[in-house]
Design a binder for this molecule. Structure first.
Ligand SMILES: Cc1ncc(COP(=O)(O)O)c(C=O)c1O
Length: 412
């Protein structure tokens, strides 16, 4: 029989987060009280004013196809936001609006990568990058960072991963899952590296740049020589609690914007027309709502980190941004509870859900198998309850390992 599906489609991996979400929902439907700390979703409703702007746009008849790269008022609002927040000078014509930042990422990978190419991802990182790179036929090259260095980039390791096949370096600052914000110095070192390698572009995913807890977010495009070789990705999902609205965008020099727009014309055409009007309103008028959400995450971040720090043997750093905590739980690997052995973060995630009824995401998914990711954009009560359950389940592992030791001693 001939081939039905392409290898690139077959090779796509289904995210374990999705599997965990399905399992967590099934447990909840069966009547279990599950604390879900797995999803990357703000817990606020989209502000009413933004909903009203969408309703007004609908009522005004914005229900037809929109221009492929986005409606002018939204592209202007995005250019103004980039100027305000990052001191960047993009023309509205250098902005391409898409159906979420995920589509922007797909557009960029399709534009820059083909078989034989390599793209560097800096881990721990969002798993969609590797999937998308490979879907475009290229190879993803994983460059790790370490908790001990606050997940900052080691430019020497990065430089050693560059070769003549490298076409893209994907940055995500602030980072999902680590919450690190790359410093100006680190970005300058990176730009010095790409200056020496004229075929390499930076893809800078800045989707968490309105959820900062202090610190300054620097876009590589704002640095000398950065603008010419950077494609920025951003969107409204996280900053305005608009994950379901599907608005993302790229900002890049005009020839890049033109090719991204051409790809989008083939794949999906312009984004939802009335949603774009609401998105322009959000960017122009609703920054204070976004700041209010950020303040609330900051309070919950502090609570989450201090509760996690009280658990023996967990190593946790304080994220500078985002709504994720990313503790190292590897001290518990090799222990067991009632015959369930915890070898890595995947086992830990399954154990915490099946036995502790708390859903988290395994670090394996982000390329960092010693860690787990917990979302703290949930209620204070649920943060307390979820972390208490994690502490309890780890304590059980702890005990079972202690109980095993005398027995091991007897054997040896
Ligand atoms: C780092 C990162 N980039 C992009 C996205 C996707 O954003 P959007 O909802 O605009 O597709 C996510 C969503 O989780 C993310 O974590």
């Amino acid at each position: 029989m001939g081939r039905i599906f392409t290898q690139r489609a077959i090779n796509l991996s289904v995210s374990p987060t999705t599997e965990m979400a399905v399992k967590s929902r099934a447990l909840q439907q069966a009547g279990y009280d599950v604390v879900d700390m797995s999803a990357g979703v703000p817990d606020f409703d989209t502000p009413d004013e933004i909903k009203d702007a969408a309703s007004a746009a609908l009522a005004a008849g914005y229900t037809k196809y929109s221009p492929i790269p986005g409606i002018p008022i939204l592209r202007e609002a995005i250019a103004a936001k980039l100027k305000r927040d990052n001191g960047l000078d993009y023309k509205p014509t250098e902005i391409v609006v898409s159906n979420g930042a995920k589509q922007s990422l797909a557009n960029v990978c399709m534009a820059f990568l083909e078989p034989g190419d390599e793209a560097i991802i800096i881990g721990p990182c969002w798993p969609a990058y590797a999937n998308m790179i490979e879907f475009a036929g290229a190879k993803s090259v994983f460059v790790p960072t370490q908790l001990e260095n606050g997940f900052h980039i080691d430019i020497n390791i990065l430089a050693n991963s560059v070769n003549s096949a490298t076409k893209l370096i994907i940055l995500n600052s602030p980072s999902n899952p680590s919450g690190v914000i790359y410093t100006r110095e680190e970005l300058e070192a990176l730009i010095a590296l790409i200056r020496k390698n004229p075929d390499i572009w930076i893809l800078s995913d800045e989707i968490y740049n309105m959820i900062l807890f202090g610190g300054v977010h620097v876009s590589p495009a704002s640095l000398p020589y950065g603008f010419e070789r950077t494609v920025i990705i951003n969107g409204l999902s996280k900053a305005f609690s608009m994950t379901g609205w599907r608005v993302g965008y790229t900002a890049a020099p005009a020839p890049v914007a033109a090719i991204l727009s051409k790809i989008q014309a083939v794949l999906t055409a312009g984004a939802n027309s009335f949603v774009q009007h609401a998105a322009a309103f959000a960017l122009n008028e609703m920054e204070s709502a976004s700041r209010m959400m950020r303040d609330s995450y900051l309070e919950r971040r502090d609570m989450t980190v201090s509760l996690l720090r009280a658990i023996p043997k967990i190593k946790v750093h304080t994220p500078d941004a985002t709504f994720y905590a990313f503790p190292d739980v590897s001290a518990y690997f090799g222990s067991e509870y009632n015959g369930i052995v915890i070898r890595d973060a995947d086992d830990m995630a399954t154990y915490l859900l099946d036995k502790g009824f708390v859903a988290i995401v395994s670090g394996v998914e982000f390329g960092t198998p010693n860690h787990i990711r917990l979302t703290f954009s949930i209620s204070h009560d649920n943060i307390r309850k979820g972390i208490a359950r994690i502490a309890d389940m780890l304590e059980k592992l702890h005990r079972s390992r202690k109980e095993k030791q005398p027995c091991q001693k007897k054997v040896f």
